[in-house]
Design a protein around this ligand. Structure first.
Ligand code: HEC
Ligand code: HEC
Ligand code: HEC
Ligand code: HEC
Length: 178
């Protein structure tokens, strides 16, 4: 009995701790990440992202075609205001922080997690520390693929199929080795 209640207390502690950790993390916006992630040496993540379709995912919702799709689904709002569309075209839609811009569409922090607690150089250089501070831990390729499919799936209005290798090849933004 004693052990059980101790376990419950511990569990609640863990839940509360992880909840408050993520609640504290704020979205700092693409501009902040790009300060350190645009040089040749770092691998030009900002450039690669900016040229990718993810950067224009919000803009896509402002087109006539998007509004037609929304209408056909019985959505009365313009697509760019509908949570049914923003959910995948700009994941963190409810963020009201000044540094976060919904117009940046599927941005760094949509995938890597809100960055206020891991953005400092000393934390960033140490993956374990960054993950502890809220950076998404992509353990292996299977984890990455599963993550992509949280948006690339049949709930997307024009979905056909998601070929992971090919699609990852289009947006990959590695740090150069050596
Ligand atoms: C103060 C500079 C700085 C800022 C700001 C910054 N980073 Fe970093 N980041 C780094 C450095 C340095 C590394 C280590 C790169 C290496 O491996 O050589 C890094 C590594 C990373 C990694 C790889 C972690 C790993 O080890 O697998 C990711 C992902 C990342 N940053 C994402 C982001 C995102 C997203 C933002 C914005 C929320 C951001 N960074 C903001 C400097 C920064
Ligand atoms: C938050 C939702 C979301 C996640 C997560 C996501 N995507 Fe996307 N992706 C989109 C949306 C929305 C578009 C369409 C953007 C547009 O055209 O306006 C898109 C478009 C793309 C495109 C361009 C499509 C093409 O045919 O050229 C590629 C490539 C892509 N995603 C790869 C990936 C990969 C790889 C992952 C996982 C690492 C991933 N995406 C994760 C939402 C997401
Ligand atoms: C489950 C995630 C998801 C939802 C929800 C979603 N989309 Fe998308 N959307 C995507 C992805 C991913 C793509 C890239 C194409 C693909 O692979 O399906 C895309 C592409 C598009 C495109 C460009 C593709 C083309 O055929 O030109 C438009 C327009 C679009 N979405 C509009 C909408 C509208 C409007 C809504 C809301 C009714 C919506 N989407 C809801 C994920 C989503
Ligand atoms: C669609 C999701 C998505 C978006 C958007 C995205 N990333 Fe990534 N990023 C990933 C994934 C998945 C990995 C691979 C992680 C791994 O291999 O461990 C990655 C890897 C990285 C790495 C580490 C590369 C390495 O070789 O270790 C850095 C740095 C990084 N991203 C920074 C950024 C920055 C900065 C932005 C915005 C300009 C951004 N990412 C946008 C999904 C994304």
């Amino acid at each position: 009995m004693k052990i059980n209640s101790l376990a419950v207390v511990l569990l609640i502690g863990i839940v509360v701790a992880s909840f408050s950790a993520s609640a504290q993390n704020k979205y700092i916006g693409v501009k902040m990440c790009s300060m350190c992630h645009k040089s040749e040496k770092q691998g030009k993540q900002f450039d690669i992202w900016q040229k990718s379709k993810h950067a224009g995912a919000y803009k896509t919702l402002t087109t006539a075609k998007a509004n037609e799709i929304a209408k056909s689904k019985g959505i009365s709002k313009p697509a760019a205001e509908a949570s049914e569309c923003l959910e995948c075209h700009a994941k963190a839609r409810d963020v009201k922080e000044a540094s976060y811009d919904v117009k940046d569409g599927v941005q760094c922090e949509t995938c890597h997690g809100a960055g206020s607690a891991y953005k400092t150089l000393s934390v960033m250089k140490d993956k374990a520390k960054a993950v502890a501070a809220g950076m998404t831990d992509f353990k292996d390729t299977a984890t990455i693929e599963k993550f992509c499919k949280t948006c690339h799936n049949e709930r997307s209005p024009n979905f056909k199929e998601f070929k992971f290798e090919e699609m990852w090849g289009k947006i990959k933004h590695s740090v150069p080795k050596g």
